[in-house]
Design a protein around this ligand. Sequence first.
Ligand SMILES: Cc1ncc(COP(=O)(O)O)c(C=O)c1O
Length: 401
Amino acid sequence: MSVFYRKMIPRLKPAINAAELLAALRPDGLDEIRLFEEDFAQLMGQKHAVAFPYGRTGLIYLLTALGLKGKEIICPAYTCVVVPHAIVYSGSTPVFIDCAPDGFNMDLDLAGKSITGNTGAIVATSIFGYPVDLDRIKAIQEKHPQIKIIQDCAHSFAAEWKGRPVQKQGEAAIFGLNISKLLTSIFGGMVTTDSDKLYHDLKQLRDRHLTVSDWKKTLRRLLYFLSLYPTFWEPLYGLVNRLERSGILNHFTQYYDDAKIDMPDDYRLQMSSLEAKIGRCNIHKYRKILAARRVAAKIYFTGLPNLPEFQLPPEIDGATYSHFVVQVPDRKQWMEYGLKKGIQLGQLIEYNIPEMESYGSHPRGSYPLSAKYSRSTINLPVYGGEEVAKSVVRIVKKHIQ
Ligand SMILES: Cc1ncc(COP(=O)(O)O)c(C=O)c1O
């Protein structure tokens, strides 16, 4: 009985409810994807948005539209591994840079020093919702005007650096829209830009190279979407967690293979109108979603001790806290403890990309911080505002004392 009904706070929870269900089930209008793109561009304060089946597909075609084939693309060593995969798929080579000493984002001074005659772009990622330092980006742009800046906002959405939105500084920004992101269309990605030319080139490439979504994709996405309701229902989450740990759900949750540079089978099958309808509905909740995360982060910063054995992340104005990441020496023990007490603690980016088998042949630099974070970080549930955060603080503090 307890296996099925054990109440558990999940590590993540998409903001979907009856509104998204109704949106998904209503008949398609004339141009759902275009409407989603328009709403998304407006939310991000940008002129254009182009929808893709995944954020990584958007990055592949963005690099192509920018004419960067055969170039070196600078990107973080500590990021989602699908980013360098997309760089490789676009015909370019990733050049990895370690994290800056003061946070999880890439060291932009090191990135600037790594620019060569063959560098085409820098993928500047606001990891975990921490805004990239736009002053440093600007300095790079001034010194190397030929280098394209691509903002990776998959974790940050509208994060701000000293009041300036990160997505607007550079040629374009990419976004991921899967269920672990601040906004979701279940799967999906977006590229935003203020450039008319880039927008037209990108759209043309997408429409030429991607297949229009079919009923089979729509059905697969609908079934996946419907399965999320019981999955994230707290009384059942204990069971979901057990299945996840047993490996039975690997097919759904394992998104990379250490030894392979690959893409999902459907990475060139366009976004379905079902996803666009859900995404459009979710956009209306963005302010609330963000507010809940900032409230939870505040409660963690004020309620939890900052210790060498439980090191809190930086508190930065303008961060969107897609994840609240703490460093601990014994991650496994913390995760076990959380489970016993009814909280699922997450681990994300549990790899240092240059150490992965798939990137073993790439020229190696030194990545001590990326290696350290890949082994020591856990993340606390941050989606549930005050209520969830207060329960987590209570439980976590008991384990520290
Ligand atoms: C930092 C970062 N960039 C890009 C992406 C790509 O998004 P997608 O999974 O939609 O391809 C992700 C995905 O999780 C990510 O975490």
